[in-house]
Design a protein around this ligand. Structure first.
Ligand code: NAD
Ligand code: TYD
Length: 350
């Protein structure tokens, strides 16, 4: 199979590319990425010379480019992760989110519709989405299931919800083989340090304030990114056409409790006195429209496809801290902006 993976230079995409390139040596993996601020080819340094891997720089918003790529590459399947993904950025610049997340997704669907005509049964379009499309839960024990009605609140989640609707529409209208998964918050290596966990690790290391929005009482369900990539693998290969799966860790944490745990781990790793890093916790103005709680019920995925998270959160968080401490160069290149030269240095003259 030749599989197009979009957004493969990003956080989750790089883990998905690595998994497919190394697990399926007989499949060809084409990673299409625009290399926005969130795209970093250093994330894929370990597999960039693999025989079954190719990188293409390009923008999913450019319909002609996407049509040409489908024509020349003759893909058998798409795993679509490219997106603008940060809620705070969506609040300050919603249009970028409409363009990439909605228009970009429809461009890919259109190209697939055109080039796969008459062969829809043997070609798969897998759309990677988020639990944020379901809106927010109260503090109780209710969880998002695949039946929960969409109720997005941020421009990010509204754009992802819209893209999900388009994917379903292409399945229902044209009979294309489409699959969607909605996952909870991911954490792990190669996570861009604007998101809560890597930002906090970076700031603790630098002795800088850890910004906690509001009272820190918002709840997120955290999943190790490698487990998300495992879930995508199993869904891609086994799900029925038109199906949807929720992916989550059954692992809810109030932001402030998570950050306190992280501070304890960092004190230990950095040889600081217990309680030292927690002094950096700083409450700041809350995010506008901040969803209170996300919690995923991933029972369907477990019962139908046998997937379960492989790692306990405390262990995963410690592993993640170790990774950031051992990969100082990666973090420095990201925070200095140097990572943006990697493409010109390593790829352009090949
Ligand atoms: P990310 O921001 O780290 O990576 C996104 C990637 O998409 C980057 O490499 C970027 O360069 C690329 N990209 C952006 N615009 C593009 C365009 N117009 N054309 C081509 N490439 C473009 O995001 P992530 O956290 O890895 O998320 C990947 C996907 O998973 C997204 O669709 C996101 O909605 C979804 N998701 C993320 C989480 C999470 O916790 N991060 C949870 C559930 C679902
Ligand atoms: P984030 O990592 O941005 O993911 P998402 O908004 O997609 O859930 O944020 C996770 C939680 O942490 C969310 O409730 C917002 C909060 N948060 C902070 O308190 N401080 C921060 O600096 C950031 C980036 C997030």
């Amino acid at each position: 199979m030749k599989i197009l993976i979009t957004g493969g230079a990003g956080f989750i995409g790089s883990h998905v590319v690595r998994r497919f390139v190394t697990t399926y040596p007989n499949d060809q993996i084409v990673n299409l990425d625009k290399l926005t601020y969130a795209g970093n080819l250093e994330n894929l340094r370990d597999i960039e010379h693999a025989a079954n891997y190719k990188f293409v720089k390009g923008d999913i918003v450019d319909a002609d480019f996407i049509q040409n790529l489908f024509e020349t590459e003759q893909f058998d399947a798409v795993i679509h992760l490219a997106a603008e993904s940060h809620v705070d950025r969506s609040i300050s610049n919603p249009i970028e989110f409409v363009m990439t997340n909605v228009v970009g997704t429809v461009n890919l669907l259109n190209a697939a519709k055109t080039f796969w005509k008459g062969k829809y049964d043997s070609k798969r379009f897998y759309h990677v989405s988020t639990d944020e499309v379901y809106g927010t839960l109260g503090e109780g024990t209710e969880m998002f299931t695949e039946e929960t009605a969409y109720d997005p609140h941020s421009p990010y989640s509204a754009s992802k919800a819209s893209s999900d609707h388009f994917v379903r529409a292409y399945h229902d209208t044209y009979g294309m083989d489409c699959v969607i998964s909605n996952c909870s918050n991911n954490y792990g290596s190669f996570h861009f340090p604007e998101k809560l966990i890597p930002l906090s690790i970076h700031n603790i290391k630098q002795n800088k304030p850890i910004p906690i929005y509001g009272k820190g009482e918002n709840i997120r369900d955290w999943l190790w990114v490698v487990d998300h990539a495992r879930a995508i693998d199993v869904i891609f290969h086994k799900a029925k056409s038109g199906s949807t799966y929720n992916i989550g860790g059954h692992n809810e944490w109030k932001n402030i409790d998570l950050i306190r745990l992280l501070c304890r781990i960092m004190d230990k790793k950095l040889g600081r006195a217990e309680g030292e890093s927690a002094k950096l916790i700083t409450y700041v103005t809350d995010r506008a429209g901040h969803d209170l709680r996300y919690a995923i019920d991933a029972t369907k995925l477990k019962n139908e496809l046998g997937w379960e998270p492989s790692l306990q959160f405390e262990e995963g968080l410690e592993k993640t801290v170790d990774w950031y401490l051992e990969n100082e160069k990666w973090l420095n290149n990201v925070t200095s902006g140097n990572y943006q030269h990697y493409y010109e240095e390593q790829y352009q003259n090949r």
